[in-house]
Design a protein around this ligand. Structure first.
Ligand SMILES: [Zn+2]
Length: 385
């Protein structure tokens, strides 16, 4: 048996114990104190075997809005040549504090359950044990190996993005510890770019009974715009435009003066960005008494299946075969921080974390019988790159 797989199988009880510890330390994106507690836990697990730094989770005008971002340069055997391998993860989850009361950590029916177990606390644990395996089995690596854990991934990564982009520049490859796709744990070799537009329509308020004709309804105008915006979707090209939120008006007897809509957009290719900009930029009011303001755009570029991504997947596939696993690839409409590293042509392989289902859902869980091979695959990849 592959020595790394044997190691991971032998350590599986420890991997499960650490996963439990991580899940039981809740870390919602909007609670920096809790996220920092979790970040300390992750850092402690690498204490003595990594050079550890934290960066404040600031945003323009808001210091410490998020928990700290963590950067760990792991000490591993081998003479390092140039460049680094960047493992990318996040510490935050979508689950509010107290979720554990109704969704406690459980090890049952062949799975580990709990808030954040799949997205992506188990992925962080796998990385930690992958590097332990390389150290304890004295398997040399060729590059500097850095783990970066962002604290704001679930809310758009506005604070961590500059850090991710700076790390990308030094990296020859990026391994993203997000969960794989489906119960087969397919890797993600393409992710759509993500963004949102905010449309604000301003009309003219009036009494709906006494002065109706003088009013220009922002709601009516928006409803016409929404029909138009829906036609921007091009399913044949994988471009989707989805009005997700609409707000307008004050009372039923007042012609609405203002209405806003938030529109989710997804694009498979970076060049599709121009198409969206043109379409959203050409929106004009049907009722000339109304005005339209368009803000926003694509904020996560797509992770495209580039030559570098294909090559990296080929390497992973070969290494997985040595573990007896047939590795497949998939594409997804959801974004990750891997989108930022792939954007400048750095080979990025996503979905290397746990295998399971139910991210952001009540059935969030990972498969116990895929813990060892995923951990071993990560270790083999780190050593091979
Ligand atoms: Zn995630």
């Amino acid at each position: 048996m592959d020595p790394l797989l044997r190691y991971a199988r032998h350590k599986q009880p420890d991997i499960i114990a650490m996963t439990r510890e991580f899940v039981e330390c809740e870390s919602p994106s909007d609670d920096p104190v809790s996220v920092n507690r979790f970040v300390e836990l992750v850092a402690a697990s690498l204490d003595g075997v990594a050079y550890i730094r934290t960066h404040p989770g600031d945003e323009p005008g808001k210091r410490g809005k998020f928990g700290k971002h963590l950067r760990c340069e792991v000490t591993l055997p081998g003479g390092k040549t140039q460049g680094q391998v960047l493992a990318l993860g996040h510490s935050d989850t979508v689950w509010p504090l107290g979720t554990l009361r109704t969704m406690p950590f459980r090890n049952a029916r062949g799975r580990l359950w709990g808030p954040g177990v799949l997205d992506m606390k188990a992925g962080l644990v796998f990385f930690i044990f992958a590097t332990r395996a390389l150290r304890e089995l004295d398997i040399p690596v060729r590059r500097r190996v850095v783990l970066q854990v962002n604290s704001d991934e679930e809310v758009g990564s506005s604070s961590s993005r500059p850090l991710t982009e700076a790390a990308r520049r030094k990296s020859v490859a990026v391994l993203v510890l997000e969960p794989g796709t489906g119960l087969e744990g397919k890797l993600k070799t393409a992710r759509k770019g993500v963004g949102d537009y905010t449309i604000t329509v301003r009309g003219r308020a009036a009494h709906a009974g006494i002065d109706f004709a003088n009013g220009a309804s922002a709601i009516l105008e928006m409803s016409r715009q929404i029909e138009k915006i829906a036609t921007i979707t091009r399913l044949d090209r994988g471009i989707t435009v989805s009005p997700g939120v609409i707000r307008g008006g004050t009372r039923s007897n007042v012609v609405a003066a203002e209405c806003t809509a938030e529109i989710d957009v997804r694009i498979p290719r970076d060049s599709d960005r121009k198409y969206l900009e043109r379409k959203f930029g050409s929106l004009r009011p049907f009722d000339k008494r109304c005005t339209i303001e368009v803000a926003g755009g694509v904020n996560r570029p797509p992770l495209e299946r580039s030559a570098g991504v294909r090559k990296l997947f080929g390497t992973a596939r070969k290494l997985a075969a040595e573990l007896g696993i047939t590795l497949e690839e998939s594409s997804t409409g959801g974004g990750s921080d891997g989108n930022f590293t792939a954007a400048q042509g750095i080979a990025t392989l996503d979905g290397l974390g746990a295998v399971g289902e139910g991210a952001h859902a009540l059935n969030e869980s990972i498969l116990v019988n895929r813990i060892a091979d995923r951990t071993a695959l990560l270790a083999k990849l780190i050593a091979a790159l």
